[in-house]
Design a protein around this ligand. Structure first.
Ligand code: AMP
Length: 334
């Protein structure tokens, strides 16, 4: 008998153009994992509502995220690629899990504290319970592995806490979900200005988007912060130089990286040359994806079909889970 495949789940919010952080933190693993696991990947439109986007833009953004995932190599015939709001069971499970999530622990979440600081006038309950909704998304398919970037580490810890609490109170329904990156550390793609990470909304000039034109990519890379170079051999790198090498590791060949490492270590590095090389390799990486996205977006009917088919696959798994959940919780009265 064929061995049952382990279940994988992850999602991306439709809050703007996808960037290199989304690619290397999440999508590149989705593409690898689709070959060996039973995968559920979604566009997290409900999560995006927590920050009150202009919902007139939602549809275009959802289609774009779908197209960007497919352009990066995700095959909708191999995975369930769907939109979060198409699974009504998510809301039901979220409700049950909310009764197991405590105000104190939710208030301590780093992403919640950041959002409160940035937007003190919008501290809504959905924002506070964001990790609960995320847990519902994951365990709705009884997923074991969750491919995500480093910024999601704390949310995954919370997902394990809520899952274990459910299992402890009502009986073992769910496996413990873990953040996944093929036994490597979770990825954080740094921003080009040497501060923080690439992101959809903050520091747009320091983030490389999969939709950026060649000229824009070159402009952003050439503006990355450098200095006049080290004056001592084998000196440690300042953070902003380390970040540039981290970015090189994503797209340049090992020989190119070694060349600039050697130049750095013997104090002959020319950052202008390094950035030109990095810009060229980034263009070669991003341009084919950007062109594919443009082509996929032209076929709106095709994307609609993909979303529908994805929701059908995801619905089967969600319905089975909720049957088990209601039974475990004693909510089956007939
Ligand atoms: P989000 O854009 O917040 O919906 O995140 C979608 C996925 O991309 C999540 O798995 C994140 O962990 C990942 N991600 C977002 N930004 C970065 C980054 N700068 N480095 C690594 N992974 C990231």
């Amino acid at each position: 008998m064929e061995k049952k495949k382990d279940i994988v789940m992850s999602g991306i919010r439709p809050t703007g153009f996808l960037h290199l952080g989304n690619y290397f933190g999440a999508i590149s693993n989705y593409v690898k994992m689709q070959e060996e696991f039973n995968c559920f990947f979604m566009v997290a439109d409900l999560h995006s509502l927590t920050t009150h986007p202009d919902t007139k833009e939602l549809k275009a953004n959802v289609y774009r995220v779908l197209a960007e995932n497919i352009a990066c190599g995700l095959d909708p015939d191999k995975v369930a690629l769907y939109c979060q709001s198409h699974l009504s069971e998510t809301a039901e499970l979220y409700l049950y899990l909310n009764m197991m999530a405590y105000k104190g622990e939710l208030e301590k979440t780093t992403t919640f504290k950041d959002k409160v600081r940035l937007n003190p006038e919008n501290v809504n309950a959905g924002l506070l319970t964001y990790p609960v909704l995320q847990t519902a998304d994951i365990i709705l398919h009884r997923a074991k592995y969750v491919p995500v970037g480093k910024d999601q580490e704390q949310h995954l810890e919370m997902a394990r806490t809520f899952t274990n609490r459910f299992n402890h109170r009502y009986g073992e329904v769910f496996p413990e979900p873990v953040a996944f990156n093929y036994n490597q550390k979770l990825v954080k793609v740094p921003s080009l200005d040497g501060e923080g990470k690439m992101s959809k909304s903050e520091s747009q000039l320091a983030t490389l988007y999969l939709a950026d034109s060649d000229d824009m990519i070159i402009k952003k890379v050439m503006k990355a912060k450098t200095d006049s170079g080290p004056s001592e051999k084998n000196a440690p790198k300042p953070d902003y130089i380390e970040n540039i090498f981290t970015l090189m590791n994503l797209v340049c060949t090992p020989a190119t990286i070694q060349h600039f490492e050697d130049d750095y270590n013997n104090c002959s590095i020319r950052y202008g040359d390094l950035k030109k090389q990095l810009a060229c390799d980034m263009v070669n990486f991003i341009a084919p994806i950007r062109n594919k996205v443009d082509a996929i977006l032209k076929d709106e009917d095709g994307l609609k079909q993909i979303m529908k088919k994805g929701a059908e696959k995801a619905n089967i798994s969600a319905a089975e889970t909720m049957k088990q959940v209601r039974k475990a919780m004693g909510l089956n009265y007939f």
